[in-house]
Design a protein around this ligand. Sequence first.
Ligand SMILES: [Zn+2]
Length: 320
Amino acid sequence: MSECPIPCNLCGSRDVDELGSRDRDGRPLRTTICRKCGLVWSNPRPGADDVRRYYSREYRLDYKGQATPSLRHTARSGRGALNRYRGLAPFLNAGDRILDAGAGGGEVVYVLRRRGFDARGLEPDEHYAKYAREQLGVPVDTGFVQDTVFPEGSFNVITMYHALEHVEDPSQILAMLRSWLAEDGLLLVEVPNVEATCMSPGHRFHFAHFYNFNRETLEALGRKTGFVTAESKTSSDGGNLISVFKRTSQPAAVPGLEGNYERVARRVRAHTPARFYLSPAPYAGVAGRLQAYIADRSAARGALGPKGVLDALLKRSETA
Ligand SMILES: [Zn+2]
């Protein structure tokens, strides 16, 4: 047990326990868990200016090895965008104004617009945002949520895929997104699941992920910032959490999450390399990735630019 200089973003407690001391590349990274609510975060983390610089220019480069996506990456992101669209579609109404916060190369915005929605994006990485505007022809502004101003009630739906784990103050970000939503507006948040067992235990903590959530802490963060949960689920491999929140009139008190710290700590510590490599998960992962690589390469072959890749995927999804 120790006192953390960074208070818990969900409940404000500084009483933490240590869950890990290395990141997925073996570099030192202290990961702490709140003993009151079970939220997991990195301590220390880089200074605010370094974080800004990293996400405005270097992150995608670090992650994907290039400043803008190749056609094969576009095919992969396009498949992801179609999957996301399928999950989102039951919540959409004709004419919805939609914001994708952390829009990457703009593939989700592209798919939504092709499906007739008034969608736009916000993306801190200047290369990716420019790529979305120039190569896909979709409105994606360069910027961080915390620097952006939209009038209250600008959107019916906001989506945030794999971005909330990268921000320094998730409570502040969700409160801002709430203010941009219409009354009864919806917010979809997808983040990695800290309880997942589908990836190697050594790969769980990433230095660019400041926060790690389970379903309980993600839903509690929603309640704290003025939402009720309309639906929560995990991806089929258990790796990701997806919560759809509905805007309410009032933020609510942070609910007690008794037992959640013990549960998260137990699950993370029980996910050992020995157990992982004896399970089917790593082998399913390799086979699946290889299959996906081949599919993406063939989707990219012969396509006329990134729009051609996405249009072919959209067309295929209509006949499938
Ligand atoms: Zn806490």
